[in-house]
Design a protein around this ligand. Structure first.
Ligand SMILES: Cc1ncc(COP(=O)(O)O)c(C=O)c1O
Length: 437
């Protein structure tokens, strides 16, 4: 029989013609936990984390570590897994820091990002013992210096630098260009100015530089170019001030395949070339090899996730389009509405049927833009009650979910070798009104 390939290697079909995720029949999971449902493959998350650790050990001659960008998917179980795997985390709010701390994550391994940290954020994160601030702007540095002085501590920081690299990805997730709300551009002199300011402060220890050029990056040499720009900048600053960074954090951004037309990612090749570019740049400038950090989010969580929906209605508008409406939508996955993101969709109980018609998978919200994916091939017989599976939803789905239309967030269920367990409960009607006075 012809070998079938799926968008992720943790997807298969069983003898009943049902879709399986991490070896489990998703129809059984849908029946047990109800839909909409976020599924996570625990083994895959751990493998994705280890893939970075192993590649760094193989290709980087200095110290290197990974820091999971928890904005991709943040709830206690993700932080527990990160702690168990011995990796750091990147956080962007007190909510993420609080959740991580409640899960027992050691905050000395946490980085606190953000371009608009409030005084309350700074006080909370400093007081909680967050390892590093990734300081974004002058106002933040001044507020942080004052808070660190008040607490009688020295706060470690990295400075967010904008290297001026266009990663050629969606505009909304492109962050490394000079025209960005994040960081300090090398090109305009802002980066040098903020380094000088940080170095002049008594209660701040500048540990190095950070940049993040964008997300869902497939460009072959984007990370290498960013590394080179950052190390040229580091060499220039050493020349001018004598300051040598201990850490170079190049952010996240490695792309993930959502549909078969997305390019294959040569993960090892990217890391190998990046590591050797850092080494070459350091040799050229005489800078000592920095501790190298990457903070991936999507490439840790995306293919470890899948969302299940129950089909509510099928509407065929002759000469126009077919719609398949489901019991979730932009509230649990706003990415198509935001960026027109691509997804692979399967009719989970009809995996052996031909997919000869196209359907636009629409959500249940009062919003025409509430679409999960346009024109996906599905079997023409799909009907109310069928389970639709949307693949690669582990990143920026749960974490971007909302209660628009007062719809509760789905449960999050983890699948592992021992079975399955609930990591986040489904929001109830009472939860939705719980904070109303
Ligand atoms: C500063 C920073 N680091 C890391 C990431 C993670 O990127 P990705 O999920 O593409 O790996 C992001 C996401 O945009 C980010 O803004």
């Amino acid at each position: 029989m012809e070998e079938r390939t799926f968008i992720c290697d943790n997807i298969s079909v069983n003898e009943d013609g049902h879709l399986c995720f991490a070896g489990r029949d998703v129809l059984t999971l849908a029946a047990e936990y109800k839909t909409p449902l976020y599924l996570f493959d625990e083994k895959k998350i751990r493998e994705n984390m280890r893939r970075y650790k192993n590649a760094f050990a193989k290709y980087y001659p200095g110290t290197a570590r990974i820091s999971y960008a928890s904005k991709a998917c943040a709830f206690k179980q993700m932080y527990r897994i990160a702690a168990e795997e011995g990796i750091g985390i990147d956080t962007v709010s007190c909510g993420e820091i609080y959740t991580a701390a409640s899960a027992g994550f050691p905050l000395e391994n946490a980085f606190f990002h953000g371009n608009a940290k409030t005084d309350e954020d700074i006080a909370y994160a400093c007081g909680a013992g967050t390892g590093y601030f990734v300081a974004d702007n002058t106002e933040e540095l001044i507020a942080l210096e004052a808070e660190a002085e008040r607490l009688g501590i020295t706060q470690k920081i990295l400075l967010r630098i904008t290297p001026g690299i266009d990663p050629h990805t969606y505009e909304a997730v492109s962050t490394g260009k000079v025209d960005s709300k994040f960081g300090n551009a090398i090109e305009t002199g802002a980066a040098e100015e903020i380094v000088r300011l940080a170095l002049s402060m008594q209660h701040i220890a500048l540990c190095g530089y950070h940049c993040h050029v964008g997300s869902q990056v497939f460009g072959e040499d984007v990370f290498e170019r960013a590394a080179e720009k950052m190390l040229d900048f580091a060499a220039d600053i050493r020349e001018k001030t004598g300051y040598v960074p201990e850490i170079l954090n190049l952010g996240g951004g490695i792309g993930v395949r959502y549909v078969s037309s997305d390019p294959e990612v040569d993960f090892d090749g990217i890391i190998q070339r990046l590591c050797s570019r850092i080494v070459t740049c350091c040799e050229k400038s005489g800078l000592p090899l920095p501790e190298f950090i990457m903070e991936p989010g999507r490439s840790i969580a995306a293919d470890a996730g899948m969302t299940l929906y129950t089909l509510s209605s099928v509407k065929k508008i002759e000469g126009f389009r077919n719609y398949a409406a489901v019991d979730g939508g932009m509230t649990d996955n706003p990415r198509y509405a935001l960026y027109g993101s691509s997804y692979t969709v399967y009719a989970a109980g009809r995996m052996n049927e031909k997919t000869e018609e196209k359907f636009t998978v629409a959500g249940r919200c009062c919003e025409s833009g509430d679409i999960i994916q346009k024109d996906v091939p599905l079997p023409s017989g799909i009907a109310r009650g069928d389970i639709l599976a949307v693949c690669t939803t582990g990143a920026y789905n749960y974490s971007m979910a909302s209660n628009y239309n007062r719809i509760g967030r789905p449960a999050v269920v983890f699948v592992n070798e021992g079975g399955s367990y609930i990591a986040v409960k489904r929001e109830t009607l009472a939860d939705l009104a719980a904070l109303d006075c």
